[in-house]
Design a binder for this molecule. Structure first.
Ligand SMILES: Cc1cc2nc3c(=O)[nH]c(=O)nc-3n(C[C@H](O)[C@H](O)[C@H](O)COP(=O)(O)OP(=O)(O)OC[C@H]3O[C@@H](n4cnc5c(N)ncnc54)[C@H](O)[C@@H]3O)c2cc1C
Length: 506
């Protein structure tokens, strides 16, 4: 069995990773009777479904064609955050003199060492997702490509697995950019960038979404000359524009050159150089680099799985069609994770898996629409969001009031030199009911959880305002937004009443 993702360089760390997530000597078990669940795909969605169901006593088969742990462990969250952490240290050393810390001239970045660190950490973490661990938990693990051959049957590596319910958790892959020339050059995607051992002198990134943006900033901080191309007027175009602009400006300080409002027309190879031709305001221009990363979005893995044999409807771009209970158009087959959701995040896959367990094993009625799903982009500063933004609120006819606390009014942010950003909370007009929030801050990804908790459990801004936060913390900015809300309740009428009461009681 060979893996599709190339684990390069094939060093001790990647060999260790392979031994956990795709052991070369692995022998598939003999299928034994009918399974309660056959789970296809072992990324976060598949792993949580399998482990949760087996823990409740279900007989479970888990099928993986490539590397257990899926994108998240192998070519997604884990390696990207490993790279980002090294790049953050590089930026801290670069900026140390602003804090009065003198770093001797001649300090440098050992890119290969940073990538080796990432590979080591990834391999160490892979133990949790290992084939052996799942077998020890009583799950039949099959390495091979799973496909539906008929109702109630999935075939993998020549073995037939009969099931009562099946769950498709096959995730996605980097979307292809349909432009001339791309097939003639070597380019990077999230499947290959983490295999680099040499820092490209010049890196071109096509795509201004979270993946391209996180890598553009990191590689610039390592010392690459990075150009990021985006067809929208700003990067991270799914976010509130002023929030995205804070990140964009921070990245400009890191040296990233942005080419915005630009359509990529074609790609050429000139000697060892890669040339991307873009059209901007009616003019063509060339961007030259040594490596090219494409991060323009994700394509769901729906092909070659026999979905059409069992009446599961799917769309090449949007993935498998599911109802709110995550049931596909075949009532015995469910789906979870990137393959069926617009929320393409590990934590979303995790919570969808929990719904699937409930609905497949216990006739539950768990609903995906009941989930409040935050997300974060791990740039410096981070950008995190939950719930509605102003545009979505308008589209849904929800009238909102918005409260924003800039970080230059938050002592801890000032002291840390991280005062560009804000905490913004949207509430239902005239109430303190939180409907959404955006945070741009060093640890926005951690901070957003307080607001997610409040939204999930119906705690309003008044409750947040009355919750003591330690001083000085950046999290205190969230409480300050509560204060902003409270101030709006102090209308001239209320103030007048207070004044009267205080003069009577003087
Ligand atoms: C660079 C990058 C950074 C990211 N960073 C973050 C982050 O910081 N935070 C976050 O929340 N999310 C992040 N994500 C997204 C996150 O990785 C995904 O949302 C998550 O992995 C989705 O889990 P999943 O189980 O749905 O699919 P996947 O993780 O894609 O797993 C699907 C699995 O199914 C297997 N498979 C496919 N077809 C078959 C078949 N026919 N038979 C058997 N097996 C099959 C695949 O090999 C794969 O292992 C990142 C993604 C990328 C690419």
């Amino acid at each position: 069995m060979t893996s599709m993702v190339q684990l390069q360089p094939y060093d001790e760390h990647n060999q260790k990773l392979e031994s956990f997530v795709h052991p070369p000597e692995w022998a598939n078990p003999e299928p034994s009777g009918r399974y309660n669940l056959v789970v296809i795909g072992s990324g976060p969605a598949g792993l949580i479904t399998a482990i949760g169901a087996a823990g409740l006593g279900a007989k479970v088969a888990l099928v993986e064609r490539d590397l257990m742990g899926g994108d998240c462990l192998n070519v997604g969250c884990v390696p990207s955050k490993g790279v980002i952490s090294a790049a953050r240290v590089a930026a801290m050393v670069r900026d140390a003199s602003e804090f009065g810390v003198n770093v001797p001239d001649g300090w440098g970045i050992d890119f290969n060492a940073a990538m080796t660190r990432m590979r080591k950490l990834r391999a160490d973490m892979a133990r949790h997702d290992s084939a052996t661990r799942f077998r020890e938990l009583g799950i039949d693990v099959f390495l091979g490509s799973g496909s539906f051959t008929g109702d109630g049957c999935v075939e993998v590596a020549g073995k037939k697995l009969n099931y009562k319910r099946a769950v498709v958790c096959t995730g996605g892959r980097a979307a292809k950019l349909p432009i001339p020339g791309l097939d003639q050059i070597d380019y990077l995607t999230n499947e290959s960038i983490f295999s680099l051992t040499e820092l490209p002198k010049r890196l071109i990134v096509i795509g201004g979404g979270p993946i391209g943006t996180e890598m553009a900033q990191s590689f610039a901080r390592f010392g690459s000359k990075v150009t990021q191309i985006e067809k929208a007027p700003n990067i991270l175009s799914r976010e509130e524009t002023d929030a995205a602009l804070v990140v964009q400006q921070a990245m400009e300080k890191d040296g990233v050159n942005f080419v915005l409002n630009a359509n990529t027309v074609r790609v050429e190879k000139r000697g060892n150089e890669k040339v991307v031709v873009v059209e901007q305001a009616g003019q063509e221009r060339e961007i030259v680099g040594d490596q090219l990363l494409i991060g323009i979005g994700r394509t769901p893995n729906v092909d070659g799985m026999g979905l059409e044999n069992v009446g599961v409807k799917f769309h090449e771009r949007h993935g498998i069609e599911v109802n709110d209970n995550l049931q596909t158009t075949n009532s015995c087959i469910y789906a979870a994770g990137d393959v069926c959701s617009k929320f393409k995040f590990t934590h979303a896959a995790d919570f969808m898996a929990r719904i699937v367990i409930q609905n497949t094993l216990f006739k539950g009625r768990g609903k995906a629409s009941a989930l409040t799903i935050p997300w974060a982009t791990y740039t410096s500063p981070e950008l995190a969001h939950v719930g509605l933004g102003p545009d979505e609120a308008t589209q849904q006819g929800v009238e909102i009031d918005t409260f924003t606390q800039p970080l230059d009014g938050v002592d801890r942010a000032i002291l840390e030199g991280d005062d560009e950003g804000f905490v913004r909370i949207h509430v239902k007009k005239g109430t303190d009911k939180i409907v959404g929030a955006t945070i741009v801050a060093t640890n926005a990804g951690d901070m957003i959880s307080e607001i997610t908790l409040a939204m999930t459990h119906g705690l309003g801004l008044k409750k947040i305002a009355s919750t003591i936060h330690p001083y000085p913390t950046q999290g205190d900015a969230i409480r300050k937004v509560g204060d902003l809300y409270n101030r709006t309740r102090l209308t001239p009428f209320v103030k007048g009443l207070f004044r009267k009461w205080l003069s009577w009681t003087r």
